[in-house]
Design a protein around this ligand. Structure first.
Ligand code: NAD
Ligand code: UD1
Length: 337
């Protein structure tokens, strides 16, 4: 089966490429490298022992996407391409709606034209807004507090309409919780560019001495140690979730949204301790005010993923720290710090 990965050179896309290729799928990556580096292709080749097809271009270029779908006889698409920084989305909403929403419309137009009707979409737990109950299941009300989250919600709704329009469409929205870690080879991982906004890459830079200390955003949440609690999922578990979703798509029709998480809440201080133990480094931290727009806790109910996809996350938070640390030690982080 031939699969197109839009945004396939990015953090989650590259790890998914490994899982899919090793399972025997033929892949084509389409990426404009606005948030990734072409060198990831050589790294993927090292891991897989063979080159991957890659088309450099923008998912909003409908004729390029159409040509790619035809030329490589694509059977299904996994749509990772998009912008993902919450803070930036508040400052540049138009960029976020163009890239994410318009990008998806362009992809759907090309898919319709060529008759490719299987799609897995990268959604996010951010569509649940501030959780009303925990663990968060797929029936939890949705809402968004920023342009990034709203772009994901708009896309989910749009995909639902498309699936309702014709039973040939098979669409799954995967709602990722907090992806962390890296491939065990240390060759690919998360390279956030500037100062990371997310917790684990920040901790990694503090452990490596590139940043002096971690700012812990609040210790007055109603959580066991007062710091924010999240559901951190190893990126290779997440990658395998895509494999399971593709297999599920074969015998299915319609639209579904499924959580991909571990089902376990971990606090900021828990993660600091785990990383400290694995790296053997000091991780100084300072308690600051809560980060604006942050939620106290969020973790997933994961039963639907098991029932529908027969998939469950199996890697521990210690392994996530170990793989992240290996990646940092073998590469540093390449940009701007
Ligand atoms: P990433 O930035 O590492 O990867 C996205 C890739 O898409 C990059 O390689 C980028 O160059 C490419 N891209 C962006 N816009 C494009 C366009 N218009 N045309 C072609 N390529 C384009 O991000 P990621 O962490 O791998 O996330 C992948 C997807 O998962 C995104 O849609 C993101 O919103 C979603 N997601 C990520 C997280 C997370 O914490 N990483 C959580 C929930 C959902
Ligand atoms: C962020 C995004 C969310 C996205 C998710 C996964 C925001 C508001 N939300 O959520 O849309 O889906 O990442 O990529 O950005 N923390 C610190 N110090 C830091 C960084 C984080 O204490 O330097 C704390 C946060 O307050 C939070 C936890 O660590 O309690 C996790 O933060 P982060 O990694 O940014 O993820 P989310 O807040 O879940």
């Amino acid at each position: 089966m031939n699969i197109l990965l839009t945004g396939g050179a990015g953090y989650i896309g590259s790890h998914t490429a490994v899982a899919l290729s090793q399972a025997g799928y033929e892949l084509v990556l389409l990426d404009n490298f606005c948030n990734s580096n072409p060198s990831v292709l050589e790294r993927l080749q090292k891991i897989l022992g063979k080159p991957l097809h890659c088309v450099e271009g923008d998912v909003r270029d409908t004729s390029l996407v159409t040509k790619t779908l035809r030329e490589y006889k694509i059977d299904a698409v996994i749509h990772f391409a998009g912008l993902k920084a919450v803070g930036e989305s508040v400052e540049k909403p138009i960029e976020y709606y163009t890239n994410n929403v318009q990008g998806t419309i362009s992809l759907l137009e090309a898919m319709e034209l060529v008759g490719v009707k299987k799609l897995v979409f990268s959604s996010s737990a951010t569509v649940y807004g501030n959780p009303q109950y925990l663990p968060v299941d797929e029936a939890h009300p949705t809402g968004a507090t920023n342009a990034y989250g709203r772009s994901k919600l708009h896309i989910e709704e749009m995909l639902k309409d498309v699936a309702n329009s014709n039973s040939a469409w098979k669409i799954i929205c995967l709602r990722y919780f907090n992806p962390v870690g890296a491939h065990e080879s240390g060759l690919i991982g998360e390279d956030p560019g500037d100062i990371p906004g997310n917790l684990m890459p920040y901790i990694a830079l503090v452990a490596s001495g590139k940043l002096p200390s971690l700012n812990v955003f609040g210790n007055d949440y109603p959580t066991p140690d007062g710091t924010g609690v999240r559901d951190y999922i190893h990126v290779m578990d997440l990658a395998e979730g895509h494999l399971a979703a593709l297999e599920y798509l074969s015998g299915y029709s319609g639209w579904d949204a499924i959580n991909l998480g571990v089902g376990l809440g971990i606090s900021v201080l828990d993660l600091v301790s785990a990383y400290k133990k694995i790296s053997g480094r000091k991780i100084p931290f300072e308690i600051l005010e809560r980060r604006q727009g942050d939620i106290g806790e969020c973790w997933a109910k994961v039963d639907m993923a098991y029932e529908r996809l027969q998939w469950r996350a199996k890697r521990s938070i210690e392994l996530s720290c170990q793989d992240s640390w290996r990646y940092i030690c073998s590469n540093g982080l390449r940009k701007n710090i």
